[in-house]
Design a binder for this molecule. Structure first.
Ligand code: SAM
Length: 262
């Protein structure tokens, strides 16, 4: 059963931040957004322990809409447990795998059973604590778990061979994504394969996803796909994009060596 997180739950109806605001204000607002996201995901762990389904909070008119069930079912394709993620990443025994925004993936999809070594990073202390308890309880062998946001990864340069960043960038400004992608690139080896995603505005469930996420206290931040692609392509080669789901799934590979932060 995939519990803890119907993590693929989504929200918002547009830009949170007015255009034309200065950089410092954007940064301040991103700080608030990170707090909001952390709190929303911490709450899911609390609700899990209390036997509450987070989706119960969603107004019934939304839940009873004809698309809701299909949307909910389709979320199985847009997480790290989806077959195409493993297929593309091709985990091997000598590989270190970074699951950035890891949520309860370890528990839900047993990513420790991949031949690679699992490392999880998440902004939610409660989720990481829950995964740590799971690791101890089940005697699971992994590389480690960290409470961090993606702008500061606690790893040395060129440490990982493969990575995923699934269901994270929708909560972020392009400015933040720029920093996070640079960090991701820094900790990855050259020619590392990565799967990441952003919302697919053209998908029929897009607006439903935004509403659901809003109800769950996890507002998305709208940004231009062109802007995202530009940042992404400065650091990664895009090998393929799957646009069939409510999230656009990018299959990429680290591009040229750039000067890395020390
Ligand atoms: C929708 S869930 C994604 C779950 C998972 N990656 C998957 O494959 O289904 C988003 C997760 O990313 C985490 N997250 C959101 N923003 C983050 C950030 N800026 N840095 C680190 N983790 C973040 C949340 O706490 C949550 O656990």
């Amino acid at each position: 059963m995939v519990i803890l997180v119907s993590c693929k739950s989504w929200l918002t109806s547009g830009e949170i931040w007015p255009r034309g605001k200065g950089n410092s204000e954007m940064k301040h607002n991103m700080t608030e957004q990170l707090k909001r996201i952390r709190k929303a995901y911490d709450l899911i762990v609390e609700q899990y322990h209390e036997g509450i389904d987070p989706f119960d909070k969603i107004p019934s008119e939304l839940r009873s809409s004809p698309d809701f069930k299909t949307f909910q079912e389709s979320t199985g394709q847009i997480n790290c447990g989806a077959a195409d993620v493993r297929e593309y990443l091709e985990p091997k025994p000598e590989m270190r795998f970074l699951d950035a925004g890891c949520s309860a993936n370890l528990f839900n999809y047993r990513l420790d059973k991949w031949p690679s070594t699992y490392y999880g990073v998440d902004i939610s202390p409660s989720l990481i604590k829950a995964m740590e308890r799971f690791v101890v309880r089940e005697d699971v062998s992994i590389g480690g778990l960290w409470v961090r946001d993606l702008s500061k990864l606690p790893f040395k340069d060129n440490f990982f061979h493969i990575a995923s960043v699934i269901g994270v960038f929708e909560y972020c400004t392009l400015e933040y994504i720029n920093i996070a992608l640079f960090e991701l690139h820094r900790v990855l080896k050259p020619q590392s394969r990565v799967v990441l995603d952003i919302p697919n505005e053209k998908h029929p469930h897009y607006h439903l996803m935004l509403k659901v996420e809003e109800e769950l206290g996890r507002p998305h931040i709208a940004f231009s796909r062109l802007g995202f692609d530009k940042i992404l392509q400065s650091l990664f080669h895009i090998r393929r994009i799957d646009s069939s789901q409510v999230m656009l799934k990018y299959f990429v590979e680290t591009a040229k060596q750039i000067s890395k932060k020390s």
